[in-house]
Ligand binder design. Structure first.
Ligand code: AMP
Length: 492
């Protein structure tokens, strides 16, 4: 099986003088990406980067960082990208856990990495690296499908973050499948405004574009106006739901602005049915929602042709074996809510140096327990109803937050809602709705009105209105933070 670098090399050979990435002020052809990756790989080797070693990366989003990704793979080494928001103590954990030979960071973090890494860790930045790259390129180091190409840390619900080990086979197979499924070609131009330390921006977006010879329109961060400006000259956009919400907030976002686009894809967090419908009303495009996770790559997608159902993430993608199971891994009848479990060439090799945690998240027959709860409808479409840990058990009865949230989202006076469970002396847990209002709202009236549509035990005991939802960089509402904030609401 070809390594991930080999897969990129196929595009370098085939699309050499086509533009791979358009960034502020500079276009990079496929051939330029390859020659820069070759030169930078020589530098990396000179710093001790060898096959299987980890290269820790905490840099700004730039084409140079993409070249660093390619150069790391060319050396046969393991790419380990980190969110820029991590604190010193978190970084110290990643360095001691992953044991990288090299950290590539921003100028301002040099001292910090030198301090936490000690003499075992070489530290460098991308500053000035590209002005005089070595002419002699390292030959690509061959790798097997089962070798590790990247480690991405995922924040655990409890305890320390876990490093998900993604193999060359995981990344190549998932990328190639998505190119076919979403019909990427060399004529595509992809608006890329996602961070590149996460599976969505790094693997899904970049692999779809660069495997197919397309052009990436690289934007350092999402800015609705910049995205709208780029649209007449683009064909595809990938984003998190927040991007679509922000686009809809712009008057300049019209059917005319989106006239040349063939596809808008959303993932990483739930896209509400409301937003899906508002987007269609405005642009005549139905956003294609898909579902995946760091450990598994992409799992489900609404179809390219055929019905894109609002509120559903679509059937399992080709090659993905997906079942809805009970707590013991036994498949449940169609239509019942249970835990999503998956198997396939996309599923990761385990958590770095955590064999017990890895074993605990796989069934004996090889299925990975995602921790997401969902059901499969009569058409074979998966609907997610929340994370297993988000399930609320109140007075012994199960409440799926998504059901209560959907009802709140439907209201004109609610901008967005998160439903959580907090400790309660009588019920074990109590359902609490936290929401952001659209103008004026009467929280008590909201509660009263919900009693019309929901069984009593599902109706929130309290409705709390706040100005800003706590979110992570991928736009996910951080329910854990909300649960902590309101933990003693009923127990003090
Ligand atoms: P991450 O590993 O950061 O990509 O997070 C993966 C998690 O994001 C999944 O396990 C889901 O809980 C959630 N997720 C991803 N895509 C969707 C989606 N389309 N709808 C709802 N949740 C999603």
């Amino acid at each position: 099986m070809a390594s991930l670098y080999d897969r990129f090399a196929r595009s370098f050979a085939r699309f050499g003088d086509r533009t791979a990435i358009e960034a502020d002020g500079r276009n990079w052809t496929y051939a330029e990406l390859e020659s820069a990756a070759g030169g930078l790989a020589s530098r990396l080797q000179a710093k001790g980067v060898r096959a299987g070693e980890r290269v820790l990366v905490q840099t700004d989003k730039s084409v140079e960082t993409v070249v660093l990704y390619l150069a790391t793979l060319r050396c046969g080494a393991i790419y380990l990208p980190l969110n820029n928001d991590y604190t010193e103590s978190e970084l110290a954990y990643f360095v001691s856990d992953a044991g990288p030979v090299l950290a590539v960071c921003r100028e301002g973090s040099r001292d910090l990495f030198a301090r936490i890494g000690g003499s075992d860790l070489a530290v460098t930045t991308l500053e000035g690296q590209f002005e005089s790259l070595p002419e002699t390129a390292v030959d690509p180091v061959s790798r097997n499908g089962d070798d590790i190409a990247a480690i991405l840390y995922t924040s655990g619900t409890t305890g320390k973050p876990k490093g998900a080990m993604l193999t060359h086979r995981n990344l190549v197979s998932n990328g190639e499948m998505l190119v076919d499924f979403w019909r990427f070609t060399a004529d595509d131009r992809l608006i890329h405004a996602l961070p590149i330390f996460h599976v969505h921006g790094l693997f899904v977006a970049l692999h779809c574009a660069l495997f197919s010879g397309a052009t990436v329109i690289f934007q350092a961060r999402f800015d609705a106006r910049a995205a709208i400006d780029a649209m007449p000259d683009a064909t595809v956009m990938m984003g998190v739901p927040t991007f679509y919400i922000r686009l809809l907030a712009e008057d300049g976002f019209t059917a005319e602005a989106a006239r040349n686009m063939r596809l808008f894809i959303s993932g990483s967090a739930p896209l509400s049915a409301d937003i899906h419908r508002a987007f269609e009303a405005r642009t005549a495009h139905r956003v294609l929602e898909r579902y995946g996770m760091t450990e598994t790559g992409m799992l489900c997608s609404n179809p390219y042709d055929g019905a894109r159902k609002a509120g559903f993430v679509g059937p399992p993608l080709p090659g993905v074996d997906l079942r809805i199971a009970d707590g013991e891994g036994q498949p449940l009848p169609q239509g019942e809510v249970g835990i999503v479990e998956v198997k396939g060439p996309n599923v990761f090799a385990g958590y770095w140096k955590m064999p017990e945690k890895t074993a605990a998240e796989f069934r004996d027959d090889g299925f990975f327990i995602t921790g997401d709860m969902g059901l499969i409808d009569a058409d074979g479409y998966v609907q997610l109803v929340g994370r297993e840990k988000d399930l609320i058990i109140t007075g012994g009865l199960n409440v799926y937050p998504a059901e209560v949230e959907a009802l709140l989202d439907d209201r004109d006076d609610v901008a967005e809602a998160a439903v959580i469970g907090v400790p309660h002396p009588d019920f074990g847990e109590a359902v609490v709705a936290v929401l952001r209002a659209n103008g004026e709202i009467d929280a008590d009236a909201v509660r009263e009105e919900m009693k019309r549509d929901l069984a009593g035990f599902k109706v929130p005991k309290t409705v709390i209105v706040i100005d800003e939802m706590p979110r992570n960089t991928m736009g996910k509402i951080q329910k854990k933070a909300l649960r902590e904030r309101y933990a003693s609401l009923f127990t003090d």
